[in-house]
Design a protein around this ligand. Sequence first.
Ligand SMILES: CC(C)(COP(=O)(O)OP(=O)(O)OC[C@H]1O[C@@H](n2cnc3c(N)ncnc32)[C@H](O)[C@@H]1OP(=O)(O)O)[C@@H](O)C(=O)NCCC(=O)NCCS
Length: 327
Amino acid sequence: MKDSSKIGILGIGAYVPKRILTNNDLEELVDTSDEWIQTRTGIKQRRIADASEASSDLGAIAAKQALDDAKLNPEDIEAIVTATLSPDYISPATACLIQSKIGAHNAAAFDLGAGCSGFVYALTVAYGLVLAGFKKVLVVGTETTSRFVNWQDRSTCVLFGDGAGAVVVGEVKAGGILGWDIGADGTNFDVLKIPAGGSREPLSALNIHQQRQYIYMNGAEVFRFAVRVIPKTSQKALLNAQVQPDDIDWMIPHQANTRIINAAVESLGIAKESVVVNLDRYGNTSAASIPIAWVEGIEEGKIKRGHKLLLVGFGAGLTWGSMVLEY
Ligand SMILES: CC(C)(COP(=O)(O)OP(=O)(O)OC[C@H]1O[C@@H](n2cnc3c(N)ncnc32)[C@H](O)[C@@H]1OP(=O)(O)O)[C@@H](O)C(=O)NCCC(=O)NCCS
């Protein structure tokens, strides 16, 4: 890479499954109400993958769109980094399935597990790979969390949705990635996890009976963590990028809860009108939420090339990550 080169976004895409599950539909499944879900979370509906669709299927569609947007062929991609907490298999990596589905035969492929911070983590890794000499890196955030949600647990099943987003990272003439911050607090690994199915607690008839193969979450703890960490990590990324909050055209936070977003944005000093929010229609799509909101912002004519963006994620780990870039 030439010293004067910048690293940025060459193309972007997103895909959500067709099936819509509304809050009213959920009233049929668990003891909840549209009113409770909307006032406590901001969510009205979410998308749910068909039985035939796994995370790699959604991710491959988003990846193809990102390649088309970048006017690149699949063979141009040298690495695929997939962020997901709902992989097709524990092994092999979902990135390998995406590689095969899109025909990116020249790409190294691996997954990255950073919960809902996964997309920002993966972008940071892609930035590092390009610095190290990889020319074009595909980042995919893809989730079918509906497969890991306990549809009898009202405290979690109302929150999540399925979807995917992807970007191609490579050299750009101007702008690009200006600053970032990623971090983790593993002492709090326990507040958001899937207890069974890993090496700590392999699947058994007993733990399946106890429904431990599903997402468990201490919602209040995650809420407090998110409100604390969003301004902190954003400020670090802004400082690294030498960009003032006022100069941000659009903030794209992880879409988990409008109350979290509002509280965090207030303490950051970014105008509410500059925050992209679409979780009313998609719920929390975990590692896919930021690119889905980004693509929607573009389609709605809000986000344009040259705009300065602040991306912020937080989630299981506990992890956090933020990035300032010129799109
Ligand atoms: C999950 C979350 C929406 C809960 O909202 P809350 O205002 O903290 O609600 P609480 O957990 O205090 O629960 C309040 C009551 O509502 C009930 N409740 C929980 N889910 C409910 C639902 N879907 N419908 C109706 N009532 C529900 C609880 O049982 C509790 O009842 P109780 O007071 O009789 O015990 C909120 O904590 C949250 O969004 N946390 C962050 C989650 C998140 O973003 N996770 C992903 C991070 S990547």
